[in-house]
Ligand binder design. Sequence first.
Ligand code: TXA
Ligand code: MG
Length: 322
Amino acid sequence: MNTELLHAPADLARAATLLMQGELVAVPTETVYGLAADASNPDAVTKIFEAKQRPANHPLIVHLASAEHLSSWAKDIPERAWQLAAAFWPGPLTMLLAKADAVNSVVTGGKDTIGLRVPAHPALLQLLQQHQLAVAAPSANPHKKLSPTSAEQVLAGLDGKIAAVLDGGDCDVGLESTIVDLTSETVQVLRAGPISCEEISLVLGCEVSMPREHNVAVPGNVKAHYQPSKPLTILNSAELASRLRQRPADVICLYISDVFDAMALPHWQKLPTDKVAYAKQLYRSLFDADKAEGREIWLEQPPQLPNWADVNDRLKRAQHRG
Ligand code: TXA
Ligand code: MG
C-alpha cells in the first residue's frame, strides 16, 4: 500500500474521505499522533489492530468533536464527567465511562467501558466537526514502540501499512493523555499524563488516586512499552558522570544537567529542564537517538517530582527489559 502524505489544513477533506471509506489515517493530536479509523465502522477499526500488531483485547480511545457527543458513546454518564469535560476538553484527558449499548465491542477490546476524549489539535477538531466523525485512535506506532510526535515518526513505523498520514506539525504536548476512570465510586487516574491528579481533584472536589503500580485495567500499561529500539538505561547524575568518565564509544547520551555540557561526547543531546518542554521533546529525542550511530542510550534521570509523574512513568516502561 502506498501511504499518502497529506497536509493540514489543505488536505482535511481527503483525510475525511479516506476515513469514511473505512481506511486508516494517522492524524495529529496535541499529545501524540493517533492512528485513526471511523469509530462507527467495525471493519475499519479492526484494521488498526492489524496495522499496529496490537492484541485485539487492548481497547481504543474514541476521539469526539465535542462533549455533546458523549451520550452517543457512553451511558450512565456521571455528573463528574460533565465537570471534567467542561474543565479540560478539548485537551489531553481521556475518561473511562460505561460504553453505550450500540458501540461495537471491537472498539473497546471486548470491555463494557469506553475511553473518550476531545482532542485539542485544531486540524483534527475541524475534521471531526465538519464531517460529523468520531475516530478510534491509539498512538500511531507499532505495538510497544515509541509514540510518534511528528508525521515523519509515524511514517518510520507505519509507512506502507496505512492509507495516509495527515501532517499537522509537531505535537505540542508530546506525551499521551491522562486516563481517568469514572466507572466506580472512587476516581482513579490509570495513566499519568499532562493533566495531574491534583488538577482533576480540584475540579471534582474529591480525592483522586493514582495506583503506584500499573493497573491491569489498562492493558497498554504493560511494563515494557513506549520503547526505543536501542537499549535505554536511566542513570542518576552521579552514575552518569562516573560512567562517562570511561569515555564510552558507542553510547548516545541524553542529559539535562549543565555539568555534562563540557564533556563533548560524540553523540549527545541536552534536554530542557522545564517539565512541559521536556515532555514535548522526549519522544523526538529518543527517536533521533534510535536513528543516530551508537549501540545504546544513556539518559540522565529527570527530577523525581509529582509533576514529572507522566515523564517518569513512560521512561520506566521505555527502559524495561525482560
Ligand atoms: O494521548 C493519547 O491518549 C493518544 C492520542 C492519540 O489520543 N492515544 C493513546 O492511545 O495513547 P493508546 O491506545 O496508545 O493508549 C490508550 C490506553 C491504552 O493503554 C488502553 O488500554 C487504554 O488507554 N484504554 C482505552 N480504553 C480503555 C478501556 N475501556 N478500559 C481500560 N483501558 C482503556
Ligand atoms: Mg500507545
